[in-house]
Design a protein around this ligand. Structure first.
Ligand SMILES: Nc1ncnc2c1ncn2[C@@H]1O[C@H](COP(=O)(O)OP(=O)(O)OP(=O)(O)O)[C@@H](O)[C@H]1O
Ligand SMILES: O=C(CO)[C@H](O)[C@H](O)COP(=O)(O)O
Length: 290
């Protein structure tokens, strides 16, 4: 656990909604006057798009059908661990951007499918904010969970996650439904082995559950709206969480287990503010004291 320079990690599969959740964090940071440096998990992919394609082909030729962006070996997790450790100890570190599309290319001057150069973090930040696929990984070589002080999981039930991914990748990344379906299938092995184990280590999980029929996610015409969903919020350690306060402040919420609360989908932003603001405040206060 870093104290002097705390780290928050938000972990979710591709399309889970981690970028959307990042906006809520940004609002909290702005309101509380907290200076955060942000890093994206995609910055720590091992390969650019062309090299990834070649690596996939090479491994497939050798009979490995399980390799994907979700795999540990497709990412520089040792470098991510080094950045977490360095930030926790010194408040310094470095990151880069993986450029997904033309809009990002126009901003960065780097062609889609490539990385920008590594750049040092701005000095004088209060905390490090990570958003990506691997923020709570523990495996034979790295322990990222140990280095992050507040770990959040963003995990819609899987049909909804697929719908969100298909719609986002079609709308903003130019992929067809068939191409996204192939990607989902190719990533399934690593999804089970590298992504899901993290959600037993995260401190709080936000799981969006649609209340409309999503039986065939591959033909869904739109993403179920917040009004068409509930969110299950689960605390790994419920001690110190004021559930009566949350239930009274969030209209339509109720508790389903001693560590779980269910809220209407359109209250996710409010719930995050109520739950996360005091936790973030405490992290920053303890850090200033340390
Ligand atoms: N709570 C929500 N309600 C409705 N739509 C949502 C919600 N969260 C995410 N979405 C939608 O799901 C899609 C994917 O979300 P987002 O881009 O945040 O995913 P992501 O986890 O950041 O994906 P990646 O890591 O691949 O970039 C977007 O179209 C987004 O608008
Ligand atoms: O969302 C992703 C991982 O979270 C992307 O799939 C990954 O960053 C690479 O994208 P692409 O294959 O389109 O270059």
């Amino acid at each position: 656990m870093s104290k002097r320079f705390p780290i928050i990690s938000v972990t979710g599969s591709s399309g889970a909604g981690t970028s959307t959740v990042k906006h809520t964090f940004e609002q909290i940071f702005r309101r509380e006057g907290i200076k955060a440096v942000s890093i994206e998990g995609d910055a720590f992919h091992k390969f650019n798009r062309a090299d990834m394609k070649a690596e996939l082909a090479r491994r497939a030729a050798e009979g490995d059908q399980t390799f994907s962006h979700f795999s540990y070996e497709a990412n520089e997790l040792a470098e991510l661990e080094r950045v977490f450790r360095e930030y926790g100890e010194t408040g310094k570190g470095r990151s880069r951007t993986y450029v997904h599309d033309e809009a990002e290319a126009a901003k960065t001057g780097v062609a889609p499918g490539n990385f920008t150069e590594w750049a040092p973090f701005e000095e004088g930040s209060d905390l490090l904010f990570y958003e990506g696929l691997h923020g709570s990984v523990v495996n034979d070589t790295v322990d990222l969970a140990r280095l992050a002080d507040l770990k959040i999981g963003v995990v819609p039930v899987i049909n909804l996650e697929w719908i969100q991914k298909i719609h986002r990748d079609r709308a903003t990344r130019g992929y067809s439904t068939e191409a996204v379906t192939d990607t989902i299938l190719r990533r399934m092995h690593a999804y089970v082995h590298c992504i899901t184990p993290q959600f037993t280590r995260t401190d709080i999980n936000f799981q969006r559950v649609p209340v409309v029929d999503t039986s065939n996610p591959f033909v869904a015409r739109w993403i179920p709206t917040p009004d068409e969903s509930l969110v299950v919020i689960r605390f790994r350690n419920p001690r110190g969480i004021d559930f009566p306060y949350l239930v009274s402040m969030i209209a339509g919420s109720w508790m389903t287990r001693a560590n779980s609360i269910v809220i209407p989908g359109n209250k996710q932003d409010l719930a995050m503010q109520l739950i996360l603001t005091p936790l973030i405040e405490r992290l920053v206060r303890d850090a200033k004291r340390a």
